[in-house]
Design a binder for this molecule. Structure first.
Ligand SMILES: Cc1cc2nc3c(=O)[nH]c(=O)nc-3n(C[C@H](O)[C@H](O)[C@H](O)COP(=O)(O)OP(=O)(O)OC[C@H]3O[C@@H](n4cnc5c(N)ncnc54)[C@H](O)[C@@H]3O)c2cc1C
Length: 486
């Protein structure tokens, strides 16, 4: 019997919750070609921020390449438009853990990669100065506040920051400064925290950013880019010898088959439905998000700020509920709504691929976070509540690269993956997508892509099988419990 981490995530459900970000739907939300093409050069499965970045990298990098994007639901309607809108590198808070798991060099390379990724995301928007994408998506720099709710979490942050300042290149040193609980109260208006870190951050309306980029790509490359929404992929197979002229792989969808020379999996939490050998190594994780209105009488807590509230994960002995280690928050500059997410749930409800439901305990808990940490004379009004499916990897870092026959069970050479962003897509996806595009086009990426992110045979059999990065949040009980029943 599979453990929860090893379960088949299935296809994205057809009736997901509707996030605040997705209203109104983009004009390309249901885009598809009049005639479904039976062959192409590259099939990209998934139209989120990763799929969009792969497509951009390929189309910019090769003037002849033809691409078909296959998306199970609406355009960019997965985690990409269900997230917190927080453009953030996870590496500052996680630096000590990265050093412990992967060594100093890999930790520094990963941190640099994520910080560069944020700059590159802004550059991508800047590439289209004639468009109103920057304004439309509200992409903006912020002051990032990392607030700590308990002493243990703050101590860990201090340790992480010391290591950061010791090992990171000089231009990144003093990236974050730590302040006391008193300063957090007077300078940031934060209550009930033991201290905070302050540094550079950014925020965005994510659905608008990625649908907007897809739209600009379609304008620029309409003769070589086909996007087929509401076209779930059921399987990928080796093409039979008689069909090889259409491509070495056959991608089987609800609307027919597509032959392709390359297939790129940008399916994040759902990937192991199509690649069963990844079950247990890459698993779905359901997150909860909300838009809350504090009312006009309340001072603006800073649309120019983005916040993370961190605490030490805690397990309630009686209920088995595992509290989150993180709540995250941005503020919409126009409505003033607080976009707040975080988890407080039993592990089996977190390791889940159904975003038609919202974790009820998490929903209750996130309605209490704002009054706990900010002065809110009136209780916040819940304007929108939704869930989304992330892809978590067993060892806590993304997996990118060409897939071996050991993973696919098919002929090697043309299947690629970029997935497992562990809740931090904006820190990774754009660069991971561009990296896959460059690899596929035969370019050397070793100068800028950390080798630790590559999905090698050693990693597949090693840290992706045995890693314990997420045990504090989802396990080991989630893994150990069903095993003990065998
Ligand atoms: C609640 C929540 C809050 C988050 N907050 C933040 C945040 O503030 N900052 C941050 O950096 N990150 C955040 N994240 C994570 C971030 O959104 C993801 O890491 C990122 O969107 C991953 O992008 P992706 O393109 O790889 O995956 P997705 O956007 O999930 O795209 C994958 C796509 O593949 C499609 N698909 C799957 N299987 C198939 C199939 N068989 N056939 C066809 N299509 C298929 C799906 O429908 C989906 O559209 C959050 C995520 C959630 C859910």
């Amino acid at each position: 019997m599979p453990t929860p981490l090893e379960r088949d995530p299935g296809l994205p459900v057809p009736d997901p919750t509707v996030p605040f970000w997705q209203l109104p739907p983009h004009s390309l939300a249901s885009v598809s070609s009049k005639k479904f093409q039976s062959s192409t050069d590259v099939v990209i499965i998934g139209s989120g921020m990763t799929g969009c970045s792969v497509a951009k990298g390929l189309l910019d990098g090769d003037s002849k390449i033809r691409i078909t994007v296959l998306e199970a639901r609406g355009l960019a309607s997965g985690a990409t438009s269900r997230n917190g809108g927080h453009i953030v590198s996870p590496s500052v808070g996680d630096f000590a853990e990265l050093v412990e798991c992967f060594g100093v060099k890999a930790a520094v390379d990963i941190a640099e990669f994520t910080l560069n990724n944020i700059e590159m995301t802004f550059d991508a928007v800047g590439e289209f100065p004639e468009s109103s994408l920057a304004k439309y998506s509200k992409i903006r720099p912020t002051t990032k506040v990392l607030a700590y709710a308990d002493q243990e979490a703050f101590n860990n942050a201090q340790k992480s920051l010391q290591l950061w300042n010791k090992h990171m290149p000089s231009k990144r040193k003093d990236h974050f400064k730590l302040v006391s609980s008193e300063e957090a109260k007077t300078e940031l208006g934060l209550h009930n925290v033991v201290g905070a870190g302050i540094g550079p951050g950014a925020a965005v309306w994510p659905y608008r950013l990625w649908c907007g980029l897809w739209s600009l790509l379609l304008d620029r490359y309409h003769d070589r880019l086909a996007i087929e929404t509401f076209t779930p992929v059921h399987a990928v197979a080796d093409a039979p010898a008689t069909e090889e002229r259409l491509g070495r792989y056959v991608v089987k969808t609800s609307r027919g088959e597509v032959g392709a020379s390359h297939v790129v999996y940008c399916t994040n939490g759902f990937t192991s439905h199509l690649l069963p050998t990844l079950r247990g190594k890459l698993f779905p994780f359901r997150g909860t998000m909300s838009a809350q209105d504090l009312g006009l009488s309340v001072p603006n807590h800073g649309a120019d700020r983005s916040w993370s509230l961190l605490s030490t994960p805690h397990v309630d002995e009686k209920s088995g509920v595992r509290s989150a280690s993180l709540y995250y928050l941005t503020q919409d500059p126009d409505t003033g709504y607080m976009m707040l997410g975080g988890e407080y749930e039993k592990p089996e409800d977190l390791v889940c691929s159904d975003d038609s439901k919202v974790n009820s305990r998490s929903a209750e808990e996130i309605s209490k976070v704002l009054p706990r940490h900010f002065e809110t004379p009136d209780p916040p009004q819940m304007k929108s509540l939704w869930s989304g499916i992330m892809g978590f990897s067993r060892d806590g870092i993304p997996m990118i690269g060409r897939l071996s026959a050991e993973v696919t069970g098919r002929r090697e050479g043309g299947e690629w993956i970029a997935a497992g962003f562990n809740g931090y897509g904006t820190g990774y996806c754009y660069s991971c997508g561009l990296a896959i595009a460059q690899m596929l086009l035969g370019k050397d990426v070793s100068g800028w892509v950390p080798s630790a992110l590559t999905i090698t045979k050693e990693r597949f059999q090693g840290s992706l099988s045995t890693g314990k990065f997420w045990d504090g949040l989802v396990g080991p009980s989630v893994d150990a419990e069903p095993r003990s029943k065998l």
